[in-house]
Design a protein around this ligand. Structure first.
Ligand SMILES: NC(=O)c1ccc[n+]([C@@H]2O[C@H](COP(=O)([O-])OP(=O)(O)OC[C@H]3O[C@@H](n4cnc5c(N)ncnc54)[C@H](O)[C@@H]3O)[C@@H](O)[C@H]2O)c1
Length: 338
């Protein structure tokens, strides 16, 4: 590492805490935290001994000492904070998902390009060793062709109620789905071609979300066909009853020659013919991996692991999923949008 970079972390919720810890663990300085919840920002600043606290992100990103702005805010703020940071000449590491619309994504990209700064998107889960392993095995034909990838995510109504707000993080298909969408296309080495999805709202009438004007779809079954002919499916719900202990099954991929299942940042079981092999993958702090790669890219002037291209691809699939839910038909994934 040639330089200790100064980072402003915007948002001090779950991801804000992870970003602070991650940047520090790889040797950089977090010089300020910003949150509209001042009490929370003060608690976090005290816990990590961070010198400056702001309520207004425009003040934080204008600090001449800041090199990198780490955006850990709800989705609606990804575009305005990215644009403000770029206009102040700062490099940006923004949490996923990229944006709510292609228009927002285009405005963000234009600001970043005009300022000649780096932009990284927080799809750290895709950097897990298991993802690389599955991609390599798939490319070598270990599973055969076509392949089927099943992902499963079941949870109770989320404690963070904004996750259920149609106009906030918009439920799991927008907020959490992008990790899976990225995983599938990485392993298949192919892009989604079309999607069919059914969506439901299980949280209707639940007191925890009664204050929200419009609930997001919290439960869905999604089937995605890839250009390669491979297929991915996801069963997702954030609508289980309070206290329900049921959880999603491990990720699983199979084809005519073999399969694998498990946790891509943990242990995986490989199936080849009659052979069963357990592969122990040492879990890593993927935020640290992601930030280190971001710094390497910044210093080399190359692209970070994920950015606008990945973010717009995830957005294209997300929008197609919602369109299929609305229309009840198979929807082609449209990558070029006005
Ligand atoms: N990469 C991952 O694995 C991962 C995991 C969880 C969440 N996320 C993403 O991270 C982002 C943040 O999620 P989170 O779980 O940390 O949310 P959170 O609710 O825990 O924290 C968000 C914080 O932002 C603050 N905030 C909201 N609007 C603000 C504004 N205008 N200015 C300043 N502060 C503001 C809130 O007060 C809150 O403290 C989301 O985009 C989410 O999708 C990524």
């Amino acid at each position: 590492m040639t330089k200790r970079y100064n980072v402003a972390v915007i948002g001090t919720g779950d991801m804000g805490n992870r970003h602070i810890a991650g940047w520090r663990a790889i040797g950089h300085n977090v010089v300020s935290v910003t949150d509209v919840d001042t009490a929370r920002a003060e608690r976090v600043a005290a816990a990590f001994n961070i010198p400056s606290i702001y309520r207004d992100y425009t003040v934080a990103v204008a600090d001449p000492a800041v090199d990198i702005v780490s955006i850990c805010l709800p989705l609606a703020f990804h575009a305005p904070v990215t644009i403000s940071a770029a206009e102040n000449g700062k490099h940006i590491l923004c949490e996923k998902p990229l944006a709510r619309s292609f228009r927002e994504a285009a405005e963000m990209e234009a600001a970043v390009t005009a300022a000649s700064v780096q932009f990284g998107l927080g799809l750290q889960r895709n950097l897990a060793e298991g993802v690389g392993l599955l991609r390599r095995l798939a490319a070598e034909g270990a599973f055969g062709h076509p392949m089927v990838f099943n992902s499963d995510l079941l949870q109770e109504v989320r404690p963070k109620r904004a996750m259920h707000d149609r106009h906030g993080n918009n439920g799991p298909l927008t907020d959490a789905g992008c990790h899976y969408y990225m995983l599938w296309q990485t392993v298949f080495r192919s892009k989604p071609k079309s999607v069919y999805a059914q969506g439901r709202i299980l949280a209707t009438g639940r007191p925890e979300v009664a204050h929200l004007n419009q609930l997001a779809i919290d439960t869905a079954v999604v089937t995605v066909e890839f250009e390669s002919g491979d297929v991915a499916t996801m069963t997702v719900s954030w609508g289980l009853a309070a206290g329900n202990q049921m959880r999603g099954r491990p990720d699983r991929i199979f084809g005519p020659s073999g399969g694998a299942e498990g946790n891509v940042n943990g242990d995986m079981t490989l199936y080849r013919g009659e052979l069963v092999e357990i592969v122990n993958l040492e879990p890593k702090d993927l935020h640290q991996v992601e930030f280190a790669m971001f710094i390497d890219a910044l210093e080399a002037g190359t692209a970070p692991p994920s950015g606008f291209t990945s973010g717009k691809e995830m957005l294209a699939l997300t929008l197609a999923i919602f369109e299929s839910i609305d229309t009840g038909v198979v929807v082609p994934v449209a990558y070029e949008q006005g």
